[in-house]
Design a protein around this ligand. Structure first.
Ligand SMILES: [Zn+2]
Length: 109
């Protein structure tokens, strides 16, 4: 079972208490974006077997959105962090690199 620690209230919640929100760190495009940019934003998603950065909501707890870095193959969690940042914090990146040397995910590594 997937267990994530909410970075806001500190509760270790199992997946039945959480709501998945899809891929984290999507770059949004507004008016004036090209068709390719808008298509990528609407339809292109990472689907790795390995390190993935995701959005989750602590639905049965504080209700806040947060980000999680985890492995989709093993369910190993590298850490959770605020949804108010544009990329994973350095300590999360270091935790991933320690277990998965050479990892990359979109522009992060
Ligand atoms: Zn919470």
């Amino acid at each position: 079972m997937l267990i994530l620690t909410c970075p806001y209230c500190g509760v270790a919640a199992d997946e039945t208490e959480l709501a998945a929100g899809g891929e984290a760190h999507l770059k949004r495009f507004g008016p004036g974006a090209s068709d390719d940019e808008l298509h990528g934003y609407l339809f292109s998603r990472e689907n790795p077997k390995g390190v993935h950065l995701e959005r989750w909501r602590h639905a049965s707890g504080c209700g806040k959105w947060f980000h999680a870095a985890r492995c989709t193959a093993t369910l190993e969690v590298f850490g959770t962090y605020s949804a108010q940042v544009s990329g994973p914090p350095q300590e999360i990146r270091d935790a991933i690199s320690a277990k998965r040397p050479g990892w990359s995910w979109r522009e992060f590594s």
